[in-house]
Write a protein of this length. Structure first.
Length: 406
């Protein structure tokens, strides 16, 4: 378990840093979260690592620093790094057409909103997929009504019997909502990136992640499945429903993440949202990012590749993006890199931050951001659907920055 260092020596006001305790208590006491784990580090040294509340309220199981969480879309940066590692190794360009490995991408049609379709004007590239500009969607936007039902069926838990290959091929049954490069839309594109990892590496996606990321970074609790001997550390999932603002959504004994306790095996290895992890494990991944590709003497990526991942890739005509992972509204203050949201204008952002800070969250309101300017990493773990129902991410960010003395 990580040991925290003296916050004063690392530039924090200890009294202000302790306000994270108050922030967590507020959300638990107000019935807005079952429990939280928060981790803050600077210059590679943890200064705050604590928790408050419950992993399971009904059974009075306290949340702990090693509780295992569904991180959902916090899987995306890991998938993006995995694909970038393969591009480096095989000398593949970001602008290579993805149909070189997935031929069916070449024949996709594009909806023009009039129930008629156009051919692709340009091939879908790896860059398009990593930046969510390939023309795919999650079917959650009102303007995508013709595709919404398809994506609801596609992303339903009952469909998780399928393999990653089957999942991707099912995605390609629908037309794109825009020509590649003409629209930013948060989407299933990162699942296709995970499939590319599998095809390029000739390993299963899971095997590649374990061999090349999880093992080198000592991420011992990160996987697509929670094994039986760790179920006692797996958090219950809560959320807001039409009838109840705080109800149980998924228990560990009925979770699709528990292969042995379910009626079907966990075979779908989703690059867009399939991993579980702990705060400490994810801190190790974030530390590698902050160190520009290296940790524990293991270099996963070159510094230049990390710079590409963490630099805005979107032209001005694709801004603002509809979602920045912190507040649920559009903002010109954020762009998007290769898997991360990037702070491009902190003066007008809705939260405290620095130019170039980057991060992403999961739909159960987990969140991590990295600030190279302040040499800062901060992680919030909880299990409440949907994300941004409450403003815990915003409050956590502001509390962390307000505790810095420099």
């Amino acid at each position: 378990m990580l040991q925290t260092q003296d916050p004063i020596e690392l530039g924090f006001d200890t009294n202000r840093l302790s306000r994270i305790d108050d922030m967590m208590k507020h959300y638990i006491v107000q019935g807005k979260s079952a429990g939280m784990v928060c981790l803050v580090s600077r210059f590679g040294k943890p200064v705050y690592f604590s928790n408050f509340g419950y992993q399971n309220i009904q059974n009075q199981v306290l949340i702990m620093n090693d509780t295992i969480f569904r991180i959902y879309s916090m899987t995306k940066p890991i998938t993006s790094v995995a694909l970038m590692m393969l591009l480096e190794k095989n000398n593949i360009s970001l602008d290579s057409p993805a149909h070189k490995w997935i031929p069916s991408l070449k024949n996709l049609q594009v909806s023009n909103g009039k129930r008629t379709y156009e051919a692709l004007k340009t091939p879908i590239t790896i860059r398009h997929l990593l930046t969510h500009t390939a023309g795919f969607t999650y079917g959650q936007n009102k303007t995508d009504s013709s595709t919404n039902n398809h994506y609801r069926r596609l992303l339903s838990p009952t469909g998780k019997k399928r393999t990653l290959e089957q999942f991707v091929e099912q995605q390609l049954d629908m037309p794109l909502i825009a020509q590649p490069g003409e629209l930013w839309r948060y989407s299933i594109a990162t699942d296709i990136c995970g499939y590319l990892v599998q095809l390029i590496s000739s390993l299963s996606f899971e095997e590649y992640l374990h061999k090349n990321i999880f093992t080198p970074l000592k991420m011992v609790d990160t996987d697509f499945t929670v094994p039986q001997h760790k179920i006692n550390r797996f958090a219950t999932l809560y959320g807001a429903t039409d009838d109840n603002p705080f109800s149980i959504v998924e228990t560990s004994d009925k979770s699709p993440y528990i292969a042995e306790s379910n009626v079907y095996p966990v075979v779908e290895q989703s690059g867009g949202g399939g991993l579980v992890s702990t705060a400490e494990d994810y801190w190790r991944f974030a530390s590698m990012m902050l160190n520009r590709g290296e940790l524990f003497g293991e270099r996963l990526l070159s510094k230049k590749s990390i710079d590409l991942i963490t630099t805005n890739q979107l032209p001005d005509d694709l801004l603002p993006i509809a979602y920045n992972g912190i507040v649920s509204k559009t903002s010109m203050s954020y762009g998007f890199g290769l898997g991360y949201c990037i702070n491009i204008e902190p003066r007008t952002a809705e939260t405290l931050g620095s130019l170039g800070d980057y991060g992403w969250g999961g739909i159960a309101d987990t969140y991590c951001w990295i600030d190279p300017d302040k040499q800062l990493i901060a992680i919030l773990m909880q299990q409440f659907l949907p994300s941004l129902t409450h403003q815990s991410r915003l409050d956590f960010r502001n509390t962390v920055y307000q505790s810095l003395k420099d």
